[in-house]
Ligand binder design. Structure first.
Ligand code: PEP
Length: 246
């Protein structure tokens, strides 16, 4: 069965002093029944990885090395101790013009380095209002998920762009309908065994106060958490809510 997964995304936040928050998370020893990770800024990944909490990067270049000033390869993240890397986050798609083809190449780079990719898809507010959510998600999945996905090498994160950092979330019914459709699409493309093995996270304004409701929705295997992953007091109750969910 799929293991529950709570992943934090610190985005462009975190200085040395903030490692104290990760230290508090480690000290709290959350349930071993839930997989956890924090995707930190590249500058902290190595130190985070030495603290005993699974760590991810937030992006990687498709190439292993080369003349790409300012970029970081998946191999570098793995070398620093990361186990995961986020690919296709909507902020990368918007701020850096990342296409589905680029996201696919980055996901393959993650695998080359032995990392599990946390691949993000999600519709904009305009697409949501136009009723295009599922069309958009199917297009993003087709374009950005490589062939050969497995339950160990990829985690799919459904993150409505309009819910990220806004305090807004879709209704439980809407999240349930989307996750159900994503599950069907995974089974269609990768077959029944792999299709049910790939975890689907929800992301977008998850916090302690809404976590239990969201984790009670069928086919929600956990969450990708931005703002509420920065502080142990905010993130640990989310991990506990995931542990308690049926
Ligand atoms: C995210 O950055 O992936 C995210 C879901 O952010 P937030 O939880 O702050 O909405």
């Amino acid at each position: 069965m799929r293991r529950k997964f709570a992943a934090g995304n610190w985005k462009m936040n975190g200085l040395s002093a903030d490692l104290a928050e990760l230290e508090r998370m480690v000290a709290a020893k959350p349930s071993a029944a839930v997989d956890t990770a924090v995707c930190g800024p590249a500058t902290l990944v190595h130190r985070m990885a030495q603290m005993g909490w699974p760590v991810g990067g937030q992006d990687c270049h498709p190439a292993e090395n080369g003349a790409h000033t300012g970029d970081i390869s998946a191999e570098m993240l793995a070398d620093a101790g990361a186990s995961y890397v986020i690919t296709g986050h909507s902020e990368r798609r918007a701020d850096h013009g990342e296409t589905d083809a680029v996201v696919r190449a980055k996901t393959e780079a993650a695998w080359r380095a032995g990392l599990t990719a946390i691949l993000c898809i999600g519709e904009t507010e305009a697409q949501y209002r136009a009723g295009d959510t599922l069309d958009v998600l199917h297009r993003q999945m087709a374009g950005s998920m490589p062939e050969g996905c497995t339950g160990d090498t990829i985690v799919l994160a459904y993150e409505p762009v309009w819910a990220i950092g806004t305090g807004l979330t879709p209704t439980a019914d809407e999240i349930g309908a989307v996750h159900n459709a994503l599950r069907d699409a995974l089974i269609d493309r990768f077959g029944p065994e792999t299709g049910v093995a790939i975890r689907i996270l929800y992301g977008g304004s998850v916090k302690a106060s809404n976590a239990a409701e969201i984790f009670g929705i069928a086919d929600v295997d956990g969450a990708l958490v931005g703002g509420a992953s920065l502080k142990a007091d905010d993130f640990l109750p989310i991990v506990d809510a995931l542990d308690a969910a049926d």
